[in-house]
Design a protein around this ligand. Structure first.
Ligand SMILES: Cc1ncc(COP(=O)(O)O)c(C=O)c1O
Length: 559
């Protein structure tokens, strides 16, 4: 398995797309060009629309093929002769529909319309193609003004806006819940419209569960919406303590500490535990918060082992021992956030035990999802309690915000005093703690959400396979389509946006420069219709750009 992983990583690092020509899709500002869109008219009011009805309330057609003849995919200036069948908006299954219209606050969506004029930049950056530039190039500024790099970067933002790319991909403004279908301000066409969303980490939809909402509401009424003090001072409300105990019990540990975010949990925990004489070793693909934790930890030896490869970990630890390190901390994701594959936990545990290292596992994406009762990666492998330090978040299946670490009482009490991102910060608000505790209970008491989630994961995987993508057997709700170069990712994502599908457009540094991905996250609230629509559109776009032909590379991702 590890050999295959290495091969795959190599492929990812080396892969590049031959597709480099710039394709311009002309965008009609006519409302009728967008399936189910309603214009954002100045002074218009938020207006409820009939929900779930098949009849088209927006003035655009209900079949998915725009009868107006001004379909943006059909009237593009690329010279593509796909006028109908192949355009994303012409997909057969039901396309997103608009539920409400917005208008009163014309500043919504303003982010996408800000001009980038009057910005002075380094001469070397005056002429460039923003779609080709990667983010690392902006750190290279030698300007003595520390704001110099911000001006340079603004040039990139401006160029991306001029090409109407930035507005499609970043800081899309939602006007309702982040759900399997969601209302979004489309700042290009000046409409508010519905998207099918594959870009939420709320895998079980618990951020919208009535029992969770009741708990949040009732505790808000009782104690207010915040608990603005540090945990060690007056920030330990009973709801925080109840959540800590519930988390510890859920994972079969003695105690737990809750941090304001998962990012803070990783950074603070690693920082608290390692010293100058110690080694900290992380998986090559570990989450950014683990990178950051290792980088700022103060460890004398900061090392990386090959992705999902216990033998490589063993080698790295042996070398660190020879170099004179004392304490050893190994850190990995349980489920890798970019490609959704699971870490080989039993092998890592074995190596850590043999080498006297402590193992920390970030199970942000495993909790609530993996294992018969949602216990996470340990439960999946039947090795409960084998991880020395188990980290999780409240921001994925639990549907909110916050991070936590579970372990022995002595470990947790130490972290309460020595993890800076837990000590020198405000505690998580009591209503969130109360909601998260109920969500944790639902993970166990209502397994139907997890059953639906896995049904949906299989439905999407099977659909993508029948559309021609060689998707590997799913291991989590994260399904990744390898696109390659950034410029091609933007072409593809642009078409997805126009078809009303939102997924993650992941570029460097989250992935390597030649391995940009579309990241789709499935949840229990997706309907078969949502999934059919996504498969239909992705299949058409994939065929148009030859993506299915690079699918053999995808088949190897993390497998
Ligand atoms: C694996 C992993 N760890 C940690 C985090 C950080 O969690 P949070 O968003 O709660 O700060 C994330 C979130 O993106 C993640 O994917």
């Amino acid at each position: 398995m590890s050999g295959e992983v290495r091969t795959c990583v190599d492929r990812l690092e080396r892969s590049s797309s031959s597709e480099e020509t710039t394709m311009t899709i002309s965008v009609s500002t006519a409302t009728a060009a967008i399936p189910g869109a309603i214009p954002i008219g100045a002074g218009a009011e938020l207006e409820a629309r009939s929900n779930g009805s098949d009849s088209d309330t927006s003035g655009s057609d209900s079949s998915g093929s725009d009868s107006s003849g001004s379909d943006s995919s059909g009237s593009d200036s690329s010279g593509r002769d796909d006028g109908s069948e192949d355009g994303p908006a012409a997909a057969g299954s039901s396309h997103p529909r608009v539920e409400r219209r917005l208008g009163a606050d014309s500043r919504l969506g303003v982010d996408g319309r800000r001009a980038a004029s009057g910005v002075s930049v380094r001469p070397s950056l005056e002429r460039f193609d923003a779609t080709e530039m990667t983010l690392d190039q902006f750190h290279a500024s030698d300007d003595d003004d520390v704001f110099g790099k911000c001006r340079d970067f603004q040039r990139w933002v401006g160029s991306m806006r001029e090409q109407e790319l930035y507005q499609r991909f970043y800081r899309l403004t939602l006007t309702g819940p982040l759900d399997s279908r969601m209302m979004v301000i489309d700042d290009i066409h000046r409409v508010e419209r519905e998207f099918v969303c594959f870009d939420s980490n709320s895998y079980l939809g618990l951020h919208l569960h009535p029992r969770v909402l009741d708990a949040v509401e009732s505790v808000t009424r009782k104690v207010g919406y915040g608990t603005p003090s540090a945990q060690l001072l007056s920030g330990t409300n009973r709801y925080l303590r109840e959540l800590e105990l519930a988390l510890a019990e859920f994972h079969g540990r003695q105690d737990a500490i809750v941090f304001p975010t998962g990012f803070a949990a990783n950074v603070g925990t690693i920082r608290a535990l390692v010293r100058n004489r110690d080694v900290v070793v992380r998986d090559h693909f570990a989450h950014a918060s683990i990178h950051e934790g290792c980088k700022t930890s103060g460890a004398g030896f900061v090392k990386v082992f090959s992705h999902n490869d216990p033998a490589s970990l063993d080698q790295v630890l042996r070398r660190a021992e020879k170099a004179g390190c004392r304490g050893k901390l190994v850190v990995t994701d349980g489920v890798f956030s970019m490609h959704g594959r699971v870490a080989p936990l039993p092998g890592l545990v074995e190596v850590c035990r043999a080498r006297g290292a402590r193992l920390m596992v970030d199970d942000a994406h495993g909790v609530g999802v993996l294992g018969p009762s949602g216990g996470g990666v340990e439960e999946l492998f039947g090795v409960q309690g084998s991880v020395d330090l188990l980290m999780g978040t409240l921001s994925k299946a639990l549907g909110s915000l916050g991070g936590y670490v579970c372990g022995s009482t002595d470990l947790i009490d130490y972290l309460r005093w020595f993890a800076p991102s837990g000590v020198f910060t405000t505690t998580l608000p009591a209503p969130i703690c109360a909601g998260a505790k109920v969500a944790l209970d639902i993970i166990r008491s209502e397994p139907e959400h997890r059953t639906r989630l896995w049904d949906n994961i299989r439905l999407l995987t099977d659909g993508l396979r029948s559309a021609g993508f060689a998707v590997p057997a799913p291991e989590s709700p994260i399904i990744t389509l390898l696109i390659g170069r950034q410029a091609l990712l933007w072409k593809v994502s642009r078409e997805l946006f126009d078809a009303g599908i939102k997924c993650g457009n992941v570029i460097y540094p989250a992935v390597s420069k030649s391995a940009c991905i579309l990241r789709l996250t499935v949840n229990s609230r997706h309907t078969a219709d949502d999934i059919d629509y996504a498969v239909d559109v992705l299949g058409r776009i994939g065929r148009r750009h030859g993506l299915v032909s690079c699918s053999h590379e995808l088949a190897g991702v993390g497998a």
